[in-house]
Design a protein around this ligand. Structure first.
Ligand code: FAD
Ligand code: NAD
Length: 467
């Protein structure tokens, strides 16, 4: 039996980053992963493959829709969908190999198999060959992630009624894709297939897409995606779905509570993700979970059992790769006796549609709810010279600042490359900048980031220069 300072269960961005930081801090570290490849949801069936398909489909869409305006004529433009999926698989492979390299470089012992707790200090690993390994460990970090949430009345057959995992590896472009859920996955994957020519219908239970973000963002994105051809059915409640051969009938109650059926060839269920703790035998050692199945942790990310920590999608908070990574580093440093800190308010959220959507800090709705007096300034991309040059004029940047102190409280963006611009807002808020601070900093011209400066000028005495 081997003795480790730390055993990490799950090799997603939470787990593998935690393992690297533990090893950097001189802790003898083991990493256990049930699948043959490392990288978890993010690298294998999440962030990376979805972005690969978003990039490919956007190239096609641009070639088909706006190249001619640029004076570029493309004859015989067509899609080789098999090659698109193969390129995505190659991108995943390269990233996964990168993680194997990092594990070797940091001298982390990697075990493949399903991990479960025998005791609080003993982890059993069982693999497909029915071989069993037992690790002795002083500390354990549970980073077992999440799985797609099922919807009552719907059986996911993975052929016609699918999750994001299957949607990333389809063999054909759907003729009509019905997506249940107007959240991040629905809109990103909906964009991929709408760009490739599918009819895409998004069915959303609430009255807005991206309902958890600042309301102005969902409204604006809906306009852009409607131009792309996506149909939105808001306030609709899906009640079931049936597969007949190559067809799916999706049953729902419309906004007036009238029953309707939408026929399609593929139905993507994207109504959220649930924490994954199956097979860990948490009850054996007394690790508690909440009503949503998330592992309970305290502020130090320690579970109800001393020396056992949990991070990432399997605990409370945003289900984001960079949040999982921050928590992985936090726990490693905590175990090593350091005093780390995470500012959860400043974990940005990004949706990789086009235009992109990005946000950090409080939404306008949250500020109102908490009776915080604020002022708001926004700047539309249609007034940006850079955006006009690239014909990316949809969207805006909105800055919310404290009414008295001018400290930036929230930044909400929709537009070209805002996934990258949000970093500037995170830095500013980490250093508790005022809107005036950014308004007075020089921003290179012409760039999309000038829109952030202009929004800050607008927030401080309505003095935007170009709008
Ligand atoms: P995971 O990445 O889910 O990893 C958990 C690992 O634990 C898995 O490999 C699993 O096999 C393993 N495991 C589970 N149980 C056991 C066990 N008993 N023994 C051994 N191993 C086990 N987030 C972003 O920030 N940006 C994005 O652009 C983005 N895009 C996404 C796109 C899609 C389609 C999806 C589905 C998700 C996306 N996410 C994105 C979310 C992101 O993937 C997750 O937040 C992130 O992967 C969570 O990391 P994690 O380490 O907590 O868990
Ligand atoms: P989500 O929570 O973002 O969206 C789910 C949507 O489904 C919500 O709008 C919800 O109102 C709706 N919904 C729920 N039940 C419904 C029903 N019965 N009928 C119709 N609509 C219903 O979840 P997701 O899109 O599945 O994504 C899961 C997680 O993955 C998210 O937490 C997200 O953070 C993460 N993710 C992140 C990225 C990114 O960072 N770019 C990309 C993809 C996924």
């Amino acid at each position: 039996m081997s003795m480790y300072d730390v055993t990490v269960i799950g090799a997603g961005p939470g787990g593998y980053v935690a393992a690297i930081r533990c090893a950097q801090l001189g802790l003898k570290t083991a990493l256990v992963e049930r699948y043959p490849t490392l990288g978890g949801t993010c690298l294998n069936v999440g962030c990376i493959p979805s972005k690969a398909l978003l990039d490919s489909s956007e190239h096609y869409h641009q070639a088909a829709s706006s190249f001619a305006t640029h004076g570029i004529n493309v004859d015989g433009l067509k899609i080789d969908f098999g090659q698109m999926i193969a390129r995505k698989a190659e991108v995943v492979k390269q990233n996964v190999e990168g993680i194997n390299y990092l594990m070797k470089k940091n001298k982390i012992d990697v075990f493949h198999g399903n991990a479960s707790f025998k005791t609080a200090q003993q982890i059993i690993i069982k693999n497909d060959q029915a071989s069993t390994t037992i690790l002795e460990t002083r500390n354990t970090i549970i980073a077992t992630g999440s799985k797609p949430t099922a919807l009552k009345g719907i059986t996911i057959d993975k052929e016609r009624i699918i999750t994001s995992t299957e949607a990333l590896s389809l063999k054909e472009i759907p003729k009509h894709l019905v997506i249940i859920g107007g959240g991040v996955i629905g809109l990103e994957l909906g964009s991929v297939y709408a760009r490739l020519g599918s009819k895409v219908s998004v069915v959303e239970y609430t009255d807005s897409i991206l309902p958890t973000m600042d309301r102005s963002l969902g409204k604006e994105l809906q306009k852009s995606l409607t131009k792309l051809g996506v149909a939105f059915h808001l306030g609709h409640k899906v009640t079931g779905a049936t597969v007949k051969g190559k067809k799916v009938g999706v049953n729902m109650l419309d906004a007036n509570n009238a029953p309707i059926t939408m026929d399609c060839d593929y139905c993507l269920v994207a109504v959220g993700r649930s924490p994954y703790t199956n097979g860990l035998d948490l009850s054996t050692i007394g690790v508690s979970t909440d009503e949503r199945g998330r592992i309970n942790v305290n502020e130090q990310l320690e579970t109800s059992v001393k020396g056992i920590y949990a991070i990432g999608d399997v605990v409370r908070g945003a289900m984001l790769a960079h949040k999982a990574e921050e928590e992985g580093v936090f726990v490693a440093e905590k175990i090593a006796g350091q005093h780390p800190h995470i500012n959860y308010l400043l974990i940005p959220g990004v949706v990789y549609t086009w235009p992109e959507v990005a946000a950090v800090g409080y939404t306008e709705e949250e500020l109102k709810q908490n009776n915080i007096s604020y002022k708001s300034g926004s700047f539309p991309f249609k007034a940006s010279g850079r955006a006009r040059a690239s014909m990316d004029t949809d969207g805006f940047i909105k800055v919310l600042a404290d009414a008295t102190t001018d400290e930036i409280l929230g930044v909400h963006m929709i537009g070209p490359r805002v996934a990258d611009i949000i970093g500037e807002a995170v830095v500013a808020m980490e250093y508790r900048a005022s809107a005036e601070d950014i308004a007075r900093m020089s921003h290179a011209h012409p760039t999309y980031s000038e829109a952030l400066k202009e929004a800050c000028l607008a927030a401080t005495d309505k003095r935007a220069l170009h709008a």
